[in-house]
Design a protein. Sequence first.
Lengths: 469, 474
Amino acid sequence: MVVGDIATGTDLVVIGAGPGGYSAAIRAAQEGQDVVLIDKEKIGGTCLNRGCIPAKAFIHASKFHDDIQHWNRIGIKAECEHIDFQEIKEWKDEIVEKLDSGVERMLEHENVEYKKGEAKFIDSNSIRVEEEHRTDKIEFEKAIIATGSSPVELSGLEFDREKVISSRELLNLEEVPDEIVVVGGGYIGMEAVTKFSKFGATVKVIEARDRVLANFDEEIVNQLQEVSDHYRDEIYTSAKAQGVRYEDDKAVLVADQEGEKLEIEGDYILVAAGRTTRPNLKSLELDSTNVEVENGFVQTDRQMRTTDENIFAVGDVVGRPMLAHKAYREGKVAAEVISGKKSAFDNQYIPKAMYTDPEVATVGLNAEKAREEYEDLRIGRFPFTASGRALTTTKTDGFIRVVARDDGKLLGAQIVGPRASDMIAEAALALEMQAYLGDVAHTIHAHPTFPEALSEACEDALDESVHTY
Amino acid sequence: MITIKFEFPDTGEGVTEGKFLEWNVETGDDVEEDQVIGEAETDKAVVEIPAPADGTVKELMASPGDRVEVGDIIMELETQGAGKRKKSDNNSEQKEEASVEEVEETPEEEKNEASKEDDSDNSSESSKDILALPKVRKLAEEKGVDPATIKSGERITEEDVLEAAEGGNSIQSKAIGQDSEEVNATPSVRQLAREKDIDIQRVEGTGRGGKITREDIVKTAEGSEEVTEKTNKTTKTMRSEDYRGEVQRVQMTGLRKSIASKMEKSRFTAPHVTHVEKADITDLADLRDKVKNEVDAHLTYLPFIMKASLNALKDYPDLNAELDEEKDEVIRKKFYDFNIAVDTDRGLLVPKINSVDDKNMVKLAENIVEKAEEARDEELDREEMQPGTFSITNLGVIGGEEFTPIINYPQVAILGIGKIGETAEVVEGEVEPRTTVKLSLSYDHRVVDGATAAHFMNDLVENLENPEELMVNL
């Protein structure tokens, strides 16, 4: 039943309840704003419901194989009796549910009104929310666009949700398939490899460029490929996906590898060729506002203000990197600016983490980029084979590398190894604090721990290392 | 391609001109921003001239030996874009001490159009040039004033900027720029800057590697000048590192720094003249020999000279005075407190002997010994170090016939006592060995004229040469 337009008024409307949107809503409410949060799906957005969190849950579960091997090697004889994938999935859903309800409670606590529906701008002061059974018109002082992004759809490989799927469906598979074809050798594709290879699936990756993980240092990728066959075997580079053919129960990916035709068969074809904001912006009907969109991204200043003075934007819709932690910060900045605070997204460093095995995490400049700007560099490296803590867990693959100016000022860090995603935090803090090598090297790190490796790498850059040469 | 007209930079501290010494570059050379491209000598120091931007030297417009004034164009530099640093920095021009006028090579028509809009007498090259010294530009930035909006064609002064700033003619920090690149400050300091409405890009960091500290922001917010002073210091790099041999650097003590700043203040505030006169103190010497055993105190010549000075000061009160520069009044003092220079291990101290006119010779002698000892033992309290009304320095005890003492500012005169000894003098047509001393009086010519000083010295010498009168007060 469509009731028609019932106009209500509010200080702030936030469109999209992912990390950028919900953090903006809560933060603005804390600052005394009257906030309405709108999402056409569940609170939590891609990250909580169909991205980072469920993916990490699976990746954790998939470690069982290595873990059992590890126990056996050190004298604890055990074996995997049975894998109940359904139960793993339920456990994953529980985690997601817990996080979602946590956010819901926060929203309730701060009196943020949540509406499930699709928002469309009427003008720079009002939106229409199309809910299941009604349409509301909301007049606002300010609005924040936080509608995120969606997986890129490739022509010839349109998502059919059955065989040609995106990361979203992959995380909801009912059982471990025998074969998965992944189109796109970026971090989403490689994390898919991590999850499903370990559950016994054969994961084949086709990548258009001449190597996978092209956004990461070659040395890091080499290290990954050295450690695990999964990142090396069944990888087809310089191959362009062209279409799909269905054969019995299988889907066959047709691709062109430097002029030669490739046919790769799988139970599913996962298209992980990047993410786009276009569908997420389109439904907003931004033409009714003064918001400018360029190359698919909403143009904002450092205070997350768009070209429309009443409208702000945060998260994936404003640009790369499309990462939840960037969105969190932007959401808070937008909320604070709207509340009259002098905040700005002035962050100089955005860390990146990839949950391969071993993990990869980077922040700041790598050596190659640093060389474009500085003639002389100090580079320090520490392999986890020299880390006492790594040895006690038999996780010794990988290294930490730090890059600094000749005078010691840190420029960046790259980690491939156990707990890289945790260790990158210290490097990011050091960088934002404008630290020099000595600051990290001469800070006492608890022993034996993984993060010691960062201080060791800094010592190496200072030629002071007592554990490497 | 942009041609930068590079002006002789303002090195600060009121230096307005200098002598151009040499170029380190030639026409056609590629230079990097901040590279030392030449040297000039001001009356304070030899200064290195840094290139204002990366670019190619188009023309050198000053030659070694030229007198150059601040603002004179000494070089033309061709750059790609606006003074861009290797590390991104959109404010490089503003950070520079050197004054830079950027003249974009615009088509003739545009230039004409621009000058049509501006009716003022256009004697300078281009109407959109902003004529302002770097420190004025800097001030404009601090006040958020766009110099271009003040006036063109004429030189913009600091007053103009302040006026414009007060009149609200300011450009608000431009929506906190688009790019958040490379601010050398921690996140919370960046936030503090925003809260205090300070464009952090324009704050000169005093921390390691130019890091902008919390204190820098607080100081900038308070309008403190310390930050600006810092920049003056950094560009005025003295060529102090080119020693041929080994050197030792000794940190100045607090006392040393205090002496230095007092001397500098005096020397550059009061125009000094030193008047030297010889006194024949043979009779005084005899007298002193006679009485010195009769008193307990160690009776040097100093008490006699103090008494003689006192008598002369009473006749010429302008020497026991001080100048009130703001009111243009001379303050003549009706009390007589003398500072006596004392050499100590730490450096020069000037303990004060109060009310010289109320004390007899013996009392003065005791006082001097007491104060000198206190000074050497670091026991002088603040009050005793306060400036008196007249100073005496007895350097001759160590050596030196005559010298030019520096006035103990804000006093207006200081008496230097030279070495006391026997010299050959003509007495009634005969050469005789006599005990003499040369007295050097430095005085502030703003207050005291040469004639007054000469009369004072004649009076003083007469007092010393006829000690009986002095002895009345013993």
